[in-house]
Design a binder for this molecule. Structure first.
Ligand code: AHR
Length: 491
């Protein structure tokens, strides 16, 4: 029996709802077909956005959407994506499959998507191949309400009022596809570009995200913070779970054995160390934790599905991905003091997607259902909590069980527990200090580690009510099946 202690007296940071965000790049079928089908498509849509996808994302309360990249952002010239459709420039998407990008999804379409989703906008600007002027004018186009060349052009293009732009990224992966810069150089570039990203009168301060480290490059965070901390509101971190650790042979999304499964969970759990150590570096320059750590690319990255365009990064999604999502979101919750925004890569049809589409068909992935379970944590207060756990593999640190707990404004305690063991149930005994428990309700996502939805059977994996628990005076005991993610609501 493992022991789970939740302390409602230990009220920690607020869990920012924006850690449950997602990332949509002009990559493969994420935007085109996956989200945007155009007004004339036979696929049901509103102003070109697929109704099934919009409804699915609304159901999980998607709080923030990052766009247009990724690597694509540093090749994207926003003026190509505004104005009459027939006049929009066509370009080659050199990063992702060399396909023609017709720019039919641009700034206006992105904000229309955010409007339909009811989510915040997070746009990444072009530092790698753009100019300061280009970036500055994009901000003016989007957010200025007065009279100016850009705001007039926006009006001519059909948008009278400025949009609300909550987050803006100054470049993406500037250590790699965003310009192959050194941290010292990028820190200066960040300061220069950021200077001309104006907050116009009457506009909320735009939260500026500096292009941060690749995985465990702590020196990047150190140099960037040392040189530019006072100009930024957030710094990003990108980390992908590659089970083999070999980018040339990452392994299959569905064809894996037990060892590979455990390797995947171990690789995913590295996020705990990354967040802890980057936060420690940030503490040196920002002890009051004003600056957020923004994990704006995370998720599993496997070999593409056979027969698909290698540049489209299309992969299936199984219970293994759900376990990765559950343990990662628990890590983000536990680090709510620093991790205040995160976007899973990517929303539809790319990498660890929330949904997959095939023409007019759509399926929700196991990862989607984890986001649905964790939605209850949004904007809650993180509570102090601890769960004992065996190691997932002998002699290693990766835990079998992970958890996070939070307090809703109405006093309900939300606890999300992941049992990563592919074959052993885990018994837990939970105690909530000084609390007389009156009601518990729980929901679970579980299945064999390879379980997944297909277009012919898109309900094979879904959440269901969980009843294998017994309420006690101050908590509960429960048996968590192998490969499961459970959300408890405790009153
Ligand atoms: O998400 C796919 C790619 O991964 C992004 O374009 C890039 O930022 C990262 O390397």
């Amino acid at each position: 029996m493992e022991h789970y202690l939740i302390n409602p007296h230990q009220k920690l940071s607020k869990i920012n709802r924006d850690v449950y965000g997602s990332f949509s790049e002009h990559l493969g079928r994420c935007i085109y077909e996956g989200t945007f089908v155009g007004k004339d498509s036979p696929i049901p849509n509103v102003n070109g956005m697929r109704t099934d996808v919009v409804n699915a994302l609304k159901e999980i309360g998607l709080p923030v959407l990052r766009w247009p990249g990724g690597c694509f952002a540093d090749e994207y010239h926003w003026r190509d994506g505004i104005g009459p459709l027939e006049q929009r420039k066509k370009m080659i998407n050199t990063h992702w499959g060399g396909v023609v990008e017709d720019n039919s999804f641009g700034t206006h379409e992105f904000f229309e998507l955010c409007r339909q989703l009811g989510c915040e906008a997070y746009i990444t600007g072009n530092v790698g191949s753009g100019t300061v002027r280009e970036m500055s004018e994009w901000i003016e186009y989007m957010t200025f309400d007065g009279l100016s060349p850009m705001s007039e052009e926006r009006r001519r293009n059909g948008q009278e009022k400025p949009w609300k732009l909550k987050y803006f990224g100054i470049g993406n992966e500037t250590w790699g596809c965003g310009g192959n810069m050194l941290p010292e150089y990028y820190a200066d570039e960040f300061r220069r570009y950021n200077t001309y990203c104006r907050d116009y009168a009457g506009v909320d301060h735009i939260f500026r995200v500096a292009s941060g480290a690749n995985a465990d490059d702590y020196n990047w965070t150190d140099v960037l913070l040392k040189k530019a901390a006072r100009f930024m509101d957030g710094v990003s971190l990108h980390y992908y779970t590659v089970p083999t650790g070999d980018w040339g042979h990452k392994g299959s999304a569905l064809d894996f054995d037990r060892e590979m499964y455990v390797d995947t969970i171990r690789a995913a759990y590295k996020m705990e160390e990354l967040v802890t150590r980057h936060s420690a570096v940030m503490d040196r320059y920002d002890p009051k934790k004003r600056i957020a750590l923004v994990v704006d690319e995370w998720g599993t990255w496997f070999d593409v599905e056979e027969g698909t365009n290698p540049g489209f990064l299309y992969q299936q999604n199984s219970l293994r991905d759900a376990i990765v999502a559950g343990l990662t979101l628990n890590i983000f919750n536990k680090h709510a003091d620093r991790v205040r925004m995160a976007t899973v890569a990517q929303t539809i049809n790319v990498l660890q997607a929330l949904a997959l589409t095939d023409g007019e068909k759509m399926l929700k992935t196991p990862t989607y259902f984890v986001f649905k379970l964790y939605k209850d944590h949004m904007d809650n207060t993180l509570l102090g909590s601890y769960l004992t756990t065996p190691a997932l593999r002998d002699g290693e640190k990766t835990p079998t069980l992970t958890e996070s707990a939070s307090l809703c404004p109405d006093g309900t305690v939300i606890a999300t527990v992941v049992n990563a063991s592919p074959d052993a149930a885990q018994e837990i005994s939970c105690q909530i200090a000084d609390t007389a428990v009156t009601a518990i309700e729980a929901e679970i996502l579980t299945g064999e580690m390879h379980a997944h939805n297909t277009f012919d059977n898109n309900t094979a994996v879904a959440t269901e009510a969980f009843t294998a628990f017994t309420a006690t005076a101050d908590g509960f005991t429960a048996t968590l099946p192998p490969c499961s993610v459970v959300r408890f609501r405790i009153k």
